[in-house]
Ligand binder design. Structure first.
Ligand code: FE2
Length: 176
């Protein structure tokens, strides 16, 4: 549900996009995350992390790339270590690779599964305290996501800051 569990924005980290793509190609930096089934994770450190922590005007807890391998299903869950995520898809959107949120109602007949409308290179604010899942039905494509974890602000708080125009520091320059 848009604005209840996620908010898709038109915001791109334009000044660092090419550096993010270059960094994301460094295969040796990926490790199996403890999630089950495992996803490949690469933590972002150094100047790119510094840039993102200034680009986003609330404290960020973790920053990394996540790879969802072909033919994998990350089942319905809530995140453990963060309450809100700022995610950016780095592969072309595909009907074979879907992130869903679940609106759970007292009446199970009213339960809803809703696709998160990721666009390449645009941030989505996601309530990771709501149930969500990721399925990659492609037999060939690995899905790549930039994921930034927030521990200090709930989804509705982050959304309020975004709506007030203060979440992203759009004029921030990057010096590589
Ligand atoms: Fe998650």
């Amino acid at each position: 549900m848009r604005d209840e569990m996620f908010c898709d924005t038109d915001i791109e980290p334009t000044n660092i996009l090419k550096y993010l793509y270059a960094k994301s190609q460094e295969d040796y930096t990926y490790y199996m995350s403890p999630a089950v089934p495992p996803v490949l994770r690469s933590d972002i450190t150094g100047s790119l992390r510094d840039y993102l922590s200034n680009f986003i005007n609330i404290p960020i807890a973790d920053v990394g790339f996540l790879k969802t391998l072909p033919n994998s299903f990350y089942p319905i869950h809530k995140d453990c270590f963060r309450i809100t995520a700022l995610n950016m898809l780095m592969t072309q959107p595909s009907e074979e690779c879907i992130t869903s949120v679940y609106k759970i109602d007292k009446n199970p007949l009213s339960n809803k599964k809703i696709k998160v409308p990721y666009q390449k290179d645009k941030f989505v604010i996601l309530d990771v305290m709501s149930f969500h899942s990721v399925e990659n039905k492609s037999s060939t494509i690995t899905r790549l996501l930039l994921s930034i974890g927030i521990k200090t602000h709930s989804f509705s708080q982050v959304l309020d800051i975004y709506r007030s125009g203060k979440l992203f520091n759009l004029n921030l320059q990057y010096e590589a």
